[in-house]
Design a protein around this ligand. Sequence first.
Ligand SMILES: Cc1cc2nc3c(=O)[nH]c(=O)nc-3n(C[C@H](O)[C@H](O)[C@H](O)COP(=O)(O)OP(=O)(O)OC[C@H]3O[C@@H](n4cnc5c(N)ncnc54)[C@H](O)[C@@H]3O)c2cc1C
Length: 446
Amino acid sequence: MTRSLDIIVAGAGLAGSLLASLLAQDGHRVRVYERRPDPRRSGFIGGRSINLALSARGRAALEAIGIRDEILETVVPMRGRIMHSPTGETSFHAYSADPANAINSVSRGDLNLRLIDKAASMPGVTLHFEEPVVDVDLANGIAMIQHAHDDEPRLEKADLIVGADGAYSSIRGAMQRYGGFGFSQEFISHGYKELVIPPDQHGNFAIEHDALHIWPRGASMMIALPNEDRSFTCTLFWPREGEGTSFESLNAASDPRVFIKNLYPDAVDHMPDLETDCRENPVGHLVTIRCDQWHCGPSTVLLGDAAHAIVPFFGQGMNAAMQDCMVLREQLRSHDGDVATAIRAFSRQQKPNGDAIAQLSFENFVIMRDKVSSPMYRLRQRLENWLHRLLPQHVGSVYNLVSFSTTPYADIVGRRARRRRATRGILTVMLGLIFMAIAFSVGILI
Ligand SMILES: Cc1cc2nc3c(=O)[nH]c(=O)nc-3n(C[C@H](O)[C@H](O)[C@H](O)COP(=O)(O)OP(=O)(O)OC[C@H]3O[C@@H](n4cnc5c(N)ncnc54)[C@H](O)[C@@H]3O)c2cc1C
């Protein structure tokens, strides 16, 4: 049993609401302050992707608070990718040699609601909606909270303040003003827009439901994830501006249906509301946030998107955020409530993992929009799956380790670098031997 702490969590999103339950399990008193209205009363106000891919790290965290099985009843498992060619042919590619391995499409709103319900049921947790944390006195561990109906913000002291307030975090803003806190924010030139494939006329999925669908088109792509109600949420990842495929060109097109049909001929006929979706659904920005450290002052720490927002191409932002929550709890346990030491250790442990998954997510964009359609890439993937079946302890593809294990992301990147060095070494030796053999036989012949 660790020393019981007074903790403030900013944000009741996916990370903040999970963290509240995890910390309450250890006997801490947790006050959660959320900027938005209570979704249990007002419904979930989204604004970002409607469904998310839940994989091993997220599942492990949900298991820790006892709601994994309840959530798994609501998901649609996806065992692999279905690729759609420009002429409408499809091909299936399993994610893993083990058919039991699947990533799970889960509703963001429903998951967040269940996490909030769980937190609300825990002794020691209080949840406050429409009360954002607007600033933090980092030296003294005091949060400034603004209630929508009050003129003056309220000051609240805590042993630990956690910024789980997303990519545009106010807690991080306070850290940036504190001095000595390095931070970068990088937007990619692509944005995203969501479209819907509703269930067909019989109420069934209109396309194969047990896979993530990809329409790779070089510099851009569309993906589709199945929903529990048998619809699909499709996401266009396109350049925001420019000639050719871009949101600027789509806006200028006289007929968006024709524009999109030229790219994804087999999808458009399943989209009766395409014109409305194109007009009404906004183009979202994709940002990567990096911080030199995730803590500042003796008692304030960031996690989830507040510390490391990443582009969504590996489907890991939420999974990484949930793993952060588990690691922070472990550090508080091992330092018996010594907050300053625990958050320093947490930052040291997780920062390399945040950097690693940011890198892998960028790389996966190129893989998804371009490489997945190359025969060489598919051959390599089959080879990796085959080697994994043969030597499961020694060979795991990056995708498998990221999605189907809880191995720290930095270890995965490190392993890959070592494997590449070893492969290069073996190739060099083999080429050397071939060269020597040729030289020797030529010498004999001469
Ligand atoms: C298009 C897209 C697709 C994605 N797909 C996937 C996927 O398939 N799998 C996956 O794992 N991840 C995915 N992600 C990433 C995932 O959405 C995020 O990583 C995840 O939401 C991070 O959780 P969080 O709790 O840190 O932040 P958020 O979910 O952003 O929650 C932050 C919360 O803090 C609140 N808040 C903000 N400011 C304040 C304040 N000052 N005070 C109090 N509260 C505040 C917000 O209202 C919000 O409720 C995707 C992201 C995008 C954009």
